[in-house]
Design a protein around this ligand. Structure first.
Ligand code: 13P
Ligand code: SF4
Length: 337
């Protein structure tokens, strides 16, 4: 695997040496201005990180922001593959990530060499790959998709070409069902979405009979079949805000509820639960690695920083650019009033 993260040097400021009396919010604000930095955050980030970000969005929104920003520095509060996407589409920018260890179970499940062999075993297939993968796997793919543009992109592919879909088998199965297009699926999954329990969901629905269920397509079919809405994080947010219902069961990483409670404080949002009935399983341990302290440190140290060999960047850019071109009309945020 190519290492795409440059760590801070030995003389860098470390967490144990941060002055405890420091106002971290003010310091991050000062550094953001000094460095001409933009802070991008995914909906799965802790509420305090979402609140200080310049922009919060789903994977497609964030890739578009990273491609369009005129800031010199992008601080990407999400997971590593998201920082890689920002660097691939905006190579002239410095891309910082608060924690180099913020990976993703989907990325881990699909290593470049086995994926290369998978492609070689299916030479006539198009490789449609979910954005939750490494830059190397992107470089081996024909087109990248996110959960918000996958259906639209699949519909534009030649109908006679067979398709490989990696790495999320649940999203792949959902897309197969929606599009009616058979696909050969890579057997990966997200450790967060896979843990939701159908039995616990049914119990919750019995206790909250008027609640609408909104789920991410990374969930297994047993969750999706009960859902009133299935879609990307932003589409889940839009669904709960537009719906006249007052109660919602949310089957995705629970930090998105922060945005829901801010935008609709009169509505009730219940996190879907895992096998043992607790809702802690709805927390992504990778996303949780980012903290206010680490955002401050990455701005001070200029690291952890994403750097990719140029040949890898160009190879990964091709299918990502295709994604951006094939989804220009998809999930465009409403214009500001
Ligand atoms: P979206 O924000 O595109 O729905 O992706 C969800 C996710 O799992 C990101 O890791
Ligand atoms: Fe990866 Fe799942 Fe975490 Fe998203 S929620 S970053 S898919 S492990």
């Amino acid at each position: 695997m190519v290492d795409t993260v440059v760590l801070a040097g030995g003389d860098a400021l470390t967490e144990d040496r941060i002055d405890p009396s420091l106002d971290l919010y003010a310091e991050i604000e000062r550094l953001r201005r000094e460095r001409n930095a933009v802070i991008l955050a995914h909906y799965y980030q802790d509420g305090e990180i979402q609140d200080l970000a310049d922009f919060v969005g789903d994977s497609l929104d964030l890739s578009r922001k990273a491609a369009a920003t005129d800031a010199d520095v992008i601080v990407f509060c999400g997971v590593r593959f998201m920082g890689e996407v920002a660097k691939i589409v905006s190579p002239q920018k410095t891309v910082l990530i608060p924690d180099a260890e913020a990976g993703c179970s989907l990325e881990d499940s699909c290593q470049p060499e086995p994926f290369r062999r998978f492609r070689e075993q299916h030479p006539d297939h198009l490789a449609v790959t979910y954005i939750n993968c490494s830059a190397e796997v992107k470089a081996l793919s024909d087109v990248i998709v996110t959960s918000s543009n996958a259906e639209a992109i699949l519909a534009q592919l030649p109908p006679d070409r067979p398709v490989l879909f990696a790495p999320d088998r649940h999203l792949g199965a959902y897309l197969q069902k929606k599009s009616g297009r058979p696909m050969t699926l890579w057997p990966g999954s997200c450790i967060v979405h896979e843990q939701f329990s159908e039995r616990e969901l049914v119990k919750l629905k019995v206790r909250h009979p008027t609640a609408k269920i909104a789920a991410h397509p990374e969930c297994p079919e047993g969750i999706l079949r009960h859902s009133d809405h299935v879609g990307s994080t932003r589409s889940i947010l839009e669904f709960v805000l537009a719906s006249p219902a007052q109660e919602f069961i949310i089957a995705t990483e629970a930090h998105i509820i922060h945005q829901m409670e801010k935008a609709a404080p009169h509505k009730t949002f219940i996190a879907a639960a895992g096998m043992d009935g607790s809702c802690d399983c709805a927390r992504c341990p990778f996303m949780a690695k980012n903290t206010l302290e680490k955002i401050y440190l990455c701005l001070v140290n200029g690291a952890p920083r994403i750097e990719l060999p140029e040949d890898l960047r160009l190879a990964a850019l091709k299918p990502l650019q295709k994604m951006l071109e094939m989804s220009v009309n998809v999930n465009v945020p409403p214009a500001a009033p």
